[in-house]
Design a protein around this ligand. Structure first.
Ligand SMILES: [Zn+2]
Length: 125
């Protein structure tokens, strides 16, 4: 594959967001090497094959790292969550207890965003 071919490959992000609307988390899986990745790309970041399709994820993962922002009226937890399928995704932890920590098991949930999308977030399992 040359540069011109890569430039013409467009990933269909609409399928990902349509699935999220119905509370289904999809990850991209490469049919050539079998690796899953996130965010979804049409070119596999492991083997550069362009034979990638979206597949349902279990929605289960563990916290790889997290950052907590606290104000008197507001608490926000941003985290990297490693999915059972392998990829690590940046997300938000909702309803996070005070003792939320790296390594905790989490499960996907979905929230409406101000721009009209339904986005994957996680809560402690
Ligand atoms: Zn691959």
């Amino acid at each position: 594959m040359n540069i011109a071919d890569i430039a013409e490959v467009q990933f269909d992000a609409a399928s990902f967001w349509e699935a999220a609307k119905t509370h289904r988390l999809l990850v991209a899986r490469c049919n050539a090497c079998g690796e899953a990745h996130y965010y979804p790309r049409q070119i596999c970041p492991f083997c550069r094959a362009d034979d990638v399709e979206l597949a349902p994820a279990s929605g289960r993962g563990t916290i790889y790292s997290l950052s907590v922002t606290e104000r008197p009226d507001h608490r926000r937890v941003v985290a990297y969550v490693t999915l059972e399928e392998g990829p690590t995704m940046m997300t938000r932890i909702i309803d996070a207890p005070q003792d939320i920590a790296i390594g905790d098991a989490v499960t996907v949930d979905f929230e409406a965003s101000p721009d009209g999308l339904t986005v994957p977030v996680f809560r402690r399992t």
